[in-house]
Design a protein around this ligand. Structure first.
Ligand SMILES: [Zn+2]
Length: 341
C-alpha cells in the first residue's frame, strides 16, 4: 500500500510549502514541472518560495511519453533529489510518471481539481497517440491550495465532480465482479471511494464556492487513497471509465475526462438499475455536461463508445460485460437517460 504521507488542503497553504517539505524530510535540489498557463498561476510562486532547493523549472505541453523522457533527462542532468508537479492533471501525470522512472519522491501541487489523478498512483500518458493508464508512484505529499483551485476555470471543477461521482458506478462494478466472478475486493477501499462520491454528490450545488471546492478536493484525494489501498484503479474506475477511454479514441473532439465519465456514469447506473437521475441532476447542478450535445460529441459516437468500451481493459468485468451490451440496449439506455435524443 502506497499512501501520501502529508496532505495540506486549504486557502493559502502554498506558502507553507517549505516547512511541509522539511517535515517530509525532502532536502536538496528539486525539479519543478509545470504547465504553460499554470506556470504563472502557481509555478513561479513555488519557484520563489523554494529558493533554498534551487529549483529548476520545466514547462510541459502535453501528457506524452516524450514529455516524460524530457523530464527524466532534465532531472538527471540537474541532479534533482525530488520532483514537484505544479499544475493540472496533465502536468501532474507527467511529473508523477517521471518520478516513478527516476525512483524519486514526488509532491503533487494541483492548480485545478479536474480528476482524481491529483492524489492517486495512477498516471495517464499518450504513447503513439493512444492514452494508457499506468501505475506510477503515489505522491509523498499533496498541497492543495483551495484559493488557487477555486479560481481555476469552472469547467475543470465541474469535471472533477464528474470523476468523483462516477465512483458510485465504479464501486458497483467491482461488487458485481465479486458476486459473479468471485473477484477479490477490498471492502475498505470500496467504502472510502463510495463515501467520497457521496460527499461530492451532496456538494454539487456549491461547485462555485470555496467550501464546495474544498470538499471536492478532499473527495478526490480520498478517491486516490482508495485506489492506493486497493493497489489498482478498480474502486475508482469501472464501465464509465471504459466508455470515456473509448470515446477519447472515437470522438472527433473528446470532452474532458471527468465530463465523459460523469455522462458514462449516468448510463451505467441505468444499466445497473439504480437511481441514474440522481447522478444526472447532481452533475447539472455542478455545471457539468449531462448529454452528448453538452459534451460536444455526436450521438452515434456515444453509442459506438458504449459498444467499444468492452475492448478497453477487457479483463475488467463491469455492467457492460454483464449485460452483454448490444447496440439496441446501448441506444435504449442512452435515450432513456436523455444522453442522446
Ligand atoms: Zn477518472
Amino acid at each position: 500500500m502506497q499512501l501520501p504521507r502529508g496532505v495540506l488542503v486549504g486557502e493559502g497553504v502554498l506558502e507553507e510549502l517549505p516547512e511541509f517539505l522539511s517535515r517530509l524530510g525532502l532536502r536538496g535540489r528539486c525539479l519543478l514541472v509545470t504547465g504553460k498557463s499554470t506556470r504563472k498561476v502557481a509555478g513561479e510562486r513555488v519557484e520563489e518560495i523554494l529558493e533554498e532547493h534551487s529549483p529548476e523549472m520545466l514547462t510541459v505541453e502535453s501528457a506524452t511519453r516524450e514529455e516524460v523522457e524530457r523530464v527524466v533527462g532534465e532531472a538527471r542532468r540537474s541532479g534533482a533529489c525530488f520532483l514537484l508537479g505544479v499544475g493540472g492533471g496533465k502536468v501532474i501525470d507527467v511529473a508523477k510518471l517521471s518520478a516513478s522512472v527516476l525512483g524519486l519522491e514526488f509532491i503533487s501541487i494541483p492548480t485545478a481539481a479536474s480528476h482524481d489523478g491529483i492524489a492517486s498512483s495512477m498516471a495517464s500518458v499518450r504513447s503513439n497517440g493512444v492514452a494508457v493508464s499506468e501505475n506510477a508512484v503515489a505522491p509523498l505529499g499533496i498541497v492543495a491550495d483551495t484559493s488557487i483551485i477555486a479560481s481555476a476555470p469552472r469547467r475543470l471543477t465541474a469535471s472533477g465532480f464528474g470523476d468523483a461521482i462516477a465512483k458510485l458506478t465504479a464501486t458497483m462494478d467491482w461488487e458485481l465482479a465479486h458476486r459473479v466472478l468471485g473477484e477479490e475486493v477490498s471492502e475498505y477501499s470500496i467504502a472510502l471511494s463510495r463515501m467520497s462520491a457521496r460527499i461530492a454528490l451532496r456538494s454539487c450545488g456549491e461547485a462555485n464556492t470555496a467550501a464546495g471546492v474544498r470538499r471536492l478536493v478532499k473527495a478526490l484525494i480520498s478517491c486516490g487513497v482508495a485506489m492506493s489501498i486497493a493497489g489498482s484503479s478498480r474502486p475508482g474506475s469501472g464501465a464509465e471509465h471504459k466508455f470515456s477511454h473509448a470515446l477519447d479514441m472515437i470522438a472527433e473532439k473528446p470532452a474532458l475526462h471527468g465530463e465523459q465519465v460523469g455522462v458514462g456514469s449516468i448510463i451505467c447506473m441505468y444499466l445497473h438499475g439504480g437511481e441514474w437521475w440522481r447522478i444526472k441532476s447532481a452533475l447539472s447542478r455542478a455545471g457539468a455536461p449531462v448529454c452528448a450535445e453538452e459534451l460536444g460529441v455526436e450521438s452515434r459516437e456515444v453509442v459506438l463508445a458504449l459498444l467499444e468500451a468492452r475492448r478497453v481493459k477487457p479483463e475488467r468485468y463491469t455492467i457492460i460485460e454483464h449485460v452483454n451490451l448490444s447496440r439496441e440496449v446501448a441506444e435504449k439506455a442512452a435515450r432513456a437517460t436523455g444522453v442522446i435524443e
